[in-house]
Design a binder for this molecule. Structure first.
Ligand SMILES: *[C@@H]1O[C@H](CO)[C@@H](O)[C@H](O)[C@H]1NC(C)=O
Ligand SMILES: *[C@@H]1O[C@H](CO)[C@@H](O)[C@H](O)[C@H]1NC(C)=O
Ligand SMILES: *[C@@H]1O[C@H](CO)[C@@H](O)[C@H](O)[C@H]1NC(C)=O
Length: 402
């Protein structure tokens, strides 16, 4: 019934008529109100929800699923990241970024690296994928930034090639799949060795997402995380005003000293990804850079609210707002967030489909094989741009086979 309604307005995009029935069809309880009330109430709610429903309908109308063979969904990401280097990557350019990261070489299918790495577990998380594909990789030399933060701002004018896991469009950095797909992710009490092993999370969360019925999920927004950015504050504050709508609280981070660091409240306990899956609506915020949380949330098959669209990882661009998740402006205040939550609560079936779409995208397009494939394509395309033939740098150590 309800999805019929959804499909109808997708096809005809005749919003006004479809939406008149919308309020009623979403929740049977709403249907039984007096005629007068219907007029007053539905006019108001329809215009209130109209803008969201229109965005969803238009996004779905335009959406063309990407070709998911051989990680082709991400072809344009590699292309646009390498575009500034189309005239070639010289030895000098690499020497100029050397101080900002760890130098790697691939020569005759052997992997070499600087003696030290600023974050050893992060280098290991990257090397896992390079080693897996080594037999297939061309000779290459690159500098890899293991910090959270990207390095080459476009304001600086000159493009310099450095690999970073996350960036905004203001940076020249070339995105690579984060170490945390394997290891080296943030260590919290529940994941003392650091968030990693995406293959394992995929299996467990993916199964949980399939086995937990949408109707059994708690119809509330949920968030746990530390206060790495004040963009997270409005949701936390909304939760304090409206605990029936939102369960959001700050956890401790390493720098925690007093309740002031958790917005004047005692820190909350950290919560596993599995626990997140019990809730219908999950919020993703940027942290210092993009948040590793994002990809996991989709596999709960809960509806993801993604706050801010600036911070990227390599797989973000083919994810489409209003098709795979609900976008939230990074400046959104309590009122805006509250309105969005009222919209989703009153349009349950429409947003369930978004949750479903998000799950399917991540399940089908962010497999370990896709991560491996991305690395391989990236190195191949990148290596073609080198204007010199790399020869083994004696200062590096051999990594493969340790
Ligand atoms: C509402 O739904 C009813 C029955 O499903 C249909 O007959 C009617 O035309 C719809 N009204 C509008 C305005 O779409
Ligand atoms: C609507 O609600 C009233 C009061 O609760 C009830 O008496 C009536 O039977 C309901 N009508 C329908 C169509 O469910
Ligand atoms: C979940 O269901 C989808 C659709 O039926 C299926 O393709 C996928 O393999 C399932 N995921 C898991 C982890 O079993």
């Amino acid at each position: 019934m309800i999805s019929d309604c959804f499909i109808i307005f997708l096809i005809f995009i005749s919003f006004s008529s479809a939406f008149e029935n919308n309020t009623c069809s979403k929740q049977n309880g709403d249907c039984n109100i007096t005629a007068q009330k219907i007029n007053k109430y539905s006019k108001e709610t329809n215009s209130k929800y109209h803008k969201y429903l229109k965005l969803i309908a238009e996004a779905n109308e335009k959406y063309v699923p990407c070709d998911n063979t051989k990680c082709s969904c991400y072809t344009s990401v590699i292309k646009s990241d390498l575009e500034p280097f189309k005239n070639g990557i010289t030895k000098k350019m690499l020497a100029d970024v050397q101080s900002k990261g760890t130098k790697y070489q691939i020569i005759k299918h052997q992997l070499y690296r600087d003696e030290t790495c600023m974050f050893p577990a992060r280098c290991l998380g990257v090397e896992h994928f390079l080693i897996e594909s080594l037999h297939n990789l061309p000779d290459a030399e690159f500098v890899l930034n293991t910090r959270d933060w990207p390095q080459i701002h476009k304001r600086q004018g000159t493009a310099l090639p450095i690999f970073s896991f996350s960036k905004t469009n203001d940076y020249f950095d070339i995105m690579y799949p984060a170490w945390a797909f394997w290891e080296g992710g943030p260590a919290i009490s529940l994941y003392p060795r650091g968030i990693g092993r995406w293959d394992v999370h995929r299996r467990t969360l993916g199964a949980l997402g399939n086995s937990t019925a949408w109707s059994e999920k708690i119809p509330k927004a949920f968030f746990r995380g530390s206060r790495t950015s004040s963009e997270r504050d409005p949701l936390i504050l909304l939760s304090r005003d409206h605990p029936e709508l939102v369960d959001a609280a700050y956890t401790k981070n390493q720098a925690w000293k007093s309740d002031a660091d958790t917005l004047q409240a005692p820190p909350a306990k950290e919560v596993s990804f599995e626990e997140h899956c019990k809730y219908k609506y999950l919020f993703n915020f940027r942290g210092v850079a993009a948040s590793f949380r994002f990809k996991h949330m989709f596999l709960c098959k809960s509806l993801v609210f993604h706050v801010g669209d600036e911070w990227l990882e390599f797989f973000y661009r083919p994810l489409v707002p209003w098709v795979h998740y609900i976008p939230v402006d990074s400046n959104a205040d309590k009122k805006t967030i509250r309105e969005l939550l009222e919209f989703v609560k009153n349009n349950d079936e429409v947003v369930r489909e978004i949750a479903e779409n998000g799950y399917n995208f991540i399940w089908n397009n962010l497999k370990m094989a896709d991560v491996r494939c991305y690395w391989k394509r990236l190195i191949k395309k990148y290596a073609k741009l080198l204007t010199f033939k790399p020869t083994v740098d004696k200062k590096l150590k051999l990594i493969k086979g340790y």
